[in-house]
Design a protein around this ligand. Structure first.
Ligand code: F6R
Length: 607
């Protein structure tokens, strides 16, 4: 949700800012802008994509100056427009601000500033920061920022320039991500690592309300009492190619293809001699035996991964599991027991609702185990224990490898907890672990059928509605597959527990309606075949997904996609692959921007 960058150094700032914003465009793409200092602050901004900003800057013959801030926007307050684009400036042009987050009390502050003669141009909450900073400005950027922070409520990552300060910028964060990149005779701020990678691999992480003073030759980090804070330096261990398309048309396809490798990296170090070792979390065997109930909390696809988790944890560890949407959990007064555990799932580790739910559970004294991809993210740092998914950077807005690695960790937790609690014998563990290790190879095998799914996508690209059916774990995958399709192709799609269809939704099935039936659970296979017959009888076109060898379904479905025979517990890792690739090609066929679907952004850092 909005990306911000800042640069100060010996090079021209504008190209660095634009390059950095390119890597953050997945966070929002309603507008883009930069402010660069050179004998004063020059702001260039425009509604639309970064390419529009780049063109505007080139048309102007470039923007000179060695210090600047930049922003790519996901609109919250005020429609996408030139005037609502960041950076925002104070009325007199002295202050320039980029912001990621939401200032909740901006209307009250705006009214107050208006009585003091400040005139506002935009509908945004951010403009209030620029004007308030100007109002309190006393020649000292840090003092002023502390006063401003004292007045605002909400979430923010801010980068601020002042006309009087040619060689320093200030930055701060609260509940929105911000990193500080450490260079040589140049320094950076950015919402996420990919923006820094071309210039440095070393960075600082900031805690809430730590203030950064960024100069060409130094970085100072202060607390709200202006005491200097010594921070650890973090090092990124992937290189720039991880955040590039690498010959693919879209990041999404690259990330789909990276799934086998991402899963290997996530599970292999945690499987030793046929046993599961979760050394990165501090759970003793007794802790595991004492777990009373698990609450899995997440949003979107991560929530779907949680539903897969419920099935496998209940099956193997016999621990009751509730799966909550973070946005509901945080406000629903949940009943928590001291021996309950909360599992928080988040690729970005910054999702605002998920973070708030984590804090609510923590406030009630519940132990938090998080499953997170971004190292050092807020959710990771605020959890008692973290299991990282080693998926590498995920840039496409629609998650693929993030989701797949999350469900892989669900399997490990289920089997580990089940083994410790005595429900999974040594032999059974051995068998299941061996099967689990096959997933990456099975995925590679599945990729060979890409052409079949591409052709299907061509046939059905202009469907009006798509229903995705499944039972058990297949139902969880139906939800994820349906989300993939609708978010990138904009086709209306619904996931349905196949047994529920006849309780209402079947009335929507008519001649030619596309139904995708996921039938990969052995115990439920025959029931799914019957459900396919029911929709076929109402005129539906059916694409079925089934395990190799289960050929009866071919007699009722129009097309069958086969996945390798794998244990029922792990089918979710395989049957999502055709769903991802089918959705991808449907979106391409419809001319959609696969990586940056309309109205969306990755890393939802607002409520
Ligand atoms: C859909 C998708 C989203 C995210 C959700 C949670 O493809 O990516 O539904 O899964 O916004 O994001 P994280 O996992 O970053 O908390």
């Amino acid at each position: 949700m909005c990306g911000i960058v800042g640069y100060i150094g010996q090079n021209e700032a504008a190209p660095v800012l634009i390059q950095g914003l390119k890597k953050l465009e997945y966070r929002g793409y309603d507008s883009a802008g930069i402010a660069v200092y050179h004998d004063g602050i020059q702001v260039v901004k425009t509604k639309g994509r970064l390419a529009d900003l780049d063109a505007k800057v080139k048309e102007m013959g470039g923007v000179k100056g060695g210090m600047g801030i930049g922003h790519t926007r996901w609109a919250t307050h005020g429609a996408p427009s030139d005037v609502n684009s960041h950076p925002h400036s104070s009325m007199n042009g002295r202050i320039s601000v980029v912001h990621n987050g939401i200032i909740e009390n901006y209307l009250q502050l705006k009214a107050e500033l208006e009585t003091k003669g400040y005139v506002f141009q935009s509908e945004t909450d951010t403009e209030v920061i620029a004007q308030l900073f100007d109002y309190y400005y006393n020649g000292d950027m840090v003092d002023t920022l502390i006063q401003v922070i004292g007045r605002v409520r909400g979430s923010y990552a801010l980068g601020i320039l002042c006309q009087d300060k040619p060689d320093e910028m200030v930055a701060v964060r609260k509940d929105s991500p911000l990193l500080v990149g450490i260079g040589k005779q140049e320094n950076f701020i950015a919402s996420d690592i990919p923006a820094l990678l071309e210039y440095t691999k070393e960075y600082y992480l900031l805690n809430d309300n730590e203030i950064v003073v960024l100069k060409k030759d130094g970085i100072t980090i202060l607390d709200m009492d202006k005491n200097e804070i010594k921070k650890d330096i973090y090092h990124v261990d992937w290189d720039i190619s991880a955040a590039e398309k690498g010959g693919y048309d879209y990041f999404m396809m690259k990330e789909i293809m990276e799934q086998p490798e991402a899963i290997k990296k996530t599970i292999s170090p945690r499987m030793v001699d046929g046993n599961i070792r979760l050394d990165d979390i501090q759970y003793t065997e007794q802790d595991i035996k004492d777990i009373n109930r698990i609450h899995i909390i997440a949003c979107g696809s991560a929530w779907h991964a949680g539903i897969v988790g419920k099935y496998v944890i209940e099956e193997y560890a016999r621990i009751p599991v509730e799966v909550d949407l973070a946005s509901e959990f945080r406000y629903r007064n949940p009943i928590l027991h001291k021996n309950d555990v909360c599992i928080i799932i988040s690729q970005s580790g910054e999702t605002a609702d998920t973070l708030a739910a984590l804090r609510e559970a923590k406030r009630q004294g519940i132990r938090i185990l998080s499953i997170v991809n971004v190292v050092g993210s807020s959710i990771a740092r605020e959890s008692d224990d973290v299991l990282y998914t080693w998926a590498g950077p995920e840039i496409a807005v629609a998650t693929t490898k993030g989701y797949s690695t999350q469900i892989s960790l669900m399997y490990l937790l289920a089997l580990k907890f089940g083994h410790v609690r005595g429900y999974v014998s040594d032999d059974k563990l051995q068998t299941l672990v061996t099967e689990l290790q096959q997933i990456p190879a099975y995925m590679e095998k599945l990729f060979k059928n890409e052409a079949q799914w591409k052709a299907l996508a061509k046939t059905y690209a202009f469907a009006n509605d798509v229903f995705v059916l499944g039972r058990g774990i297949d139902y969880a995958v139906a939800m994820e597959g349906s989300l993939k399709l609708k978010e990138i192709s904009y086709i209306h799609s619904e996931a349905y527990a196949a047994g529920e269809l006849k309780h209402g939704t079947i009335s929507l099935i008519e001649d030619g309606t596309l139904v995708i039936a996921i039938a990969t659970q052995d115990a439920l296979y025959e029931k799914l075949v019957s459900n396919v017959k029911e929709v076929k009888a109402r005129g539906a076109k059916v694409i079925a997904i089934a395990k190799e060898g289960n050929t009866e379904i071919a007699e009722v479905a129009d097309t069958v996609i086969y996945i390798p025979k794998i244990h029922d517990a792990f089918t979710a890792s395989l049957n999502i692959i055709p769903m991802q690739i089918f959705s991808y090609y449907v979106a391409v066929e419809r001319g959609c921007d696969v990586d940056m679907p309309r109205n969306l952004a990755k890393s939802v850092t607002v409520e």
